[in-house]
Design a protein around this ligand. Structure first.
Ligand code: ADP
Length: 305
């Protein structure tokens, strides 16, 4: 990843019907080659943001630059720089993937000799289905076809709106692999998702929006470090007597003859101190299970605040 900014949003506002503030002074930048995740609860403003980029909704105020082109001054270049993968499956059931991609390329004015239909079908693993009717494709295949459709004009930036909503685990993996291969060929990716584990796995940076406000924007790693709480469970053969100094530093969730479950802040105490106390009481530890905070914890904490 380099530091070239390929999408820049400044003071973006959207008000529907003069009263619903769907986006409030949104500011963000996306860097070339990254996978940027936009997360937020329902009604946060994610679709509004994507619809503005896609040219489906007009912004109320603010500046949007895509690939160096200003949305107000060069709307056509902005459109040419973006590949938008919608949430809804909107492909004609009576076309084949190949035909559909050719038509889409025609819409974007891509000359026959410049078309990369087969390469795209390969990229989304639909080459074997190139000539089947779309209606005979599975839901997951149809979603991959949507990705393919967004690629015909070779946009440097691809935006995916909830790419895996309602897709089963196996297909989700395949879809996400397709997204990763897009990144490998240098495409910058912006995606929205409801699945926080997915964002955690995929995204280099994450923006969280709530009620139209951007409330966090960090690398995924920093985002996860926002929460220091760790939960750990010890399987033991005797009840542990927790000494006062330790009690002050952690929260006891459960403590009996079989197990001790505590939560603590990683920056205040480390697990070895707890183990030392248990060991000093000649208690055997059979098993230790710990859970690091995940994006879900961070998300909940931020949204609550
Ligand atoms: P998200 O995609 O994060 O669920 P949306 O962008 O769809 O959020 O919605 C943000 C806010 O704008 C919500 O309060 C929603 O009801 C409102 N909204 C979205 N689209 C319209 C519209 N076409 N007309 C009026 N209000 C809308």
């Amino acid at each position: 990843m380099n530091n070239k900014i390929v999408l820049s949003v400044k003071n973006l506002n959207k008000t529907y019907n003069k009263k619903i503030h769907a986006l409030r002074n949104l500011n963000l930048e996306v860097k070339e080659g990254e996978i940027f995740g936009l997360l937020g609860p329902n009604g946060a403003g994610k679709s509004t943001f994507i619809n503005i980029l896609a040219g489906l909704t007009t912004k109320t105020s603010g500046d949007v630059d895509v690939w160096g082109f200003n949305m107000d001054k060069n709307p056509r270049q902005v459109r040419a720089s973006l590949g938008i993968v919608p949430q809804e499956i909107n492909v004609d059931p009576f076309f084949t993937p190949k035909k559909l991609l050719e038509l889409q390329a025609g819409l974007y004015g891509v000359k026959k000799k410049d078309r990369i239909t087969d390469t795209i079908l390969d990229l989304v693993s639909l080459n074997e289905k190139a000539n089947s009717y779309t209606r005979n494709l599975s839901g997951g295949m149809q979603r991959r076809l949507l990705i393919a459709k967004a690629l015909v004009h070779k946009p440097p930036i691809v935006i995916l709106d909830e790419p895996t909503a309602g897709v089963d685990v196996e297909l989700r993996k395949k879809l996400l692999d397709n997204v990763k291969s897009l990144r490998e060929i240098g495409v910058t990716i912006i995606l929205t998702t409801h699945y926080l584990s997915e964002a955690e796995e995929m995204c280099d940076r994450i923006g969280i929006i709530n009620r139209g406000n951007l409330i966090a924007l960090e690398t995924t790693e920093n985002m996860l470090n926002k929460i220091q709480t760790k939960i750990v469970k010890f399987s033991v053969n005797k009840k542990v007597e927790l000494i006062d100094t330790l009690k002050k530093k952690l929260k006891i969730i459960k403590n009996n003859e079989k197990e001790l479950i505590v939560s603590y802040e990683k920056n205040i105490i480390n697990i070895q101190e707890i183990i030392d106390v248990i060991k000093s009481q000649k208690i055997d530890i059979f098993d230790v299970q710990s859970r690091d905070p995940d994006l879900e914890d961070v998300f909940i904490k931020l949204i609550k605040n």
